[in-house]
Design a protein around this ligand. Structure first.
Ligand code: FES
Length: 82
C-alpha cells in the first residue's frame, strides 16, 4: 500500500501497477514522484495522478490505481470504511 498526503487530504492505494501487476517501486520505500502530485511506475514508466489514481500517461485510458479508503485523524492514519 502507498499513501499520499497533501495538507489534510490523504489518499491510499494498493501498491500494484495495473499494467503487469507489479509494485510501483523497484526499491524498497523508494517511489518516483513525477511533477506535482504524480507518481511514475518504476518498471515501464506509466504515470498516475495521486489525487485519484488515474493513469495520465503510459497505459491505455481508464487504467487507475486501486484505492484504499483511509482517513486522517490528527496525525494518525486509519483504514476507513469503503
Ligand atoms: S508494470 Fe507499471 S508500467 Fe508496466
Amino acid at each position: 500500500m502507498l499513501l499520499y498526503r497533501r495538507g489534510t487530504e490523504i489518499r491510499g492505494y494498493v501498491n500494484n501497477c495495473p499494467h503487469f501487476g507489479l509494485p510501483l517501486n523497484a526499491r524498497a520505500n523508494e517511489f518516483l514522484l513525477y511533477g506535482e502530485g504524480l507518481i511514475m511506475c518504476a518498471h515501464h514508466s506509466a504515470v498516475f495522478r495521486l489525487v485519484d489514481g488515474q493513469c495520465v500517461a503510459g497505459l491505455t485510458s481508464g487504467e487507475r490505481l486501486e484505492p484504499v479508503p483511509v482517513r486522517l485523524v490528527g496525525t494518525e492514519i486509519f483504514l476507513a470504511d469503503a
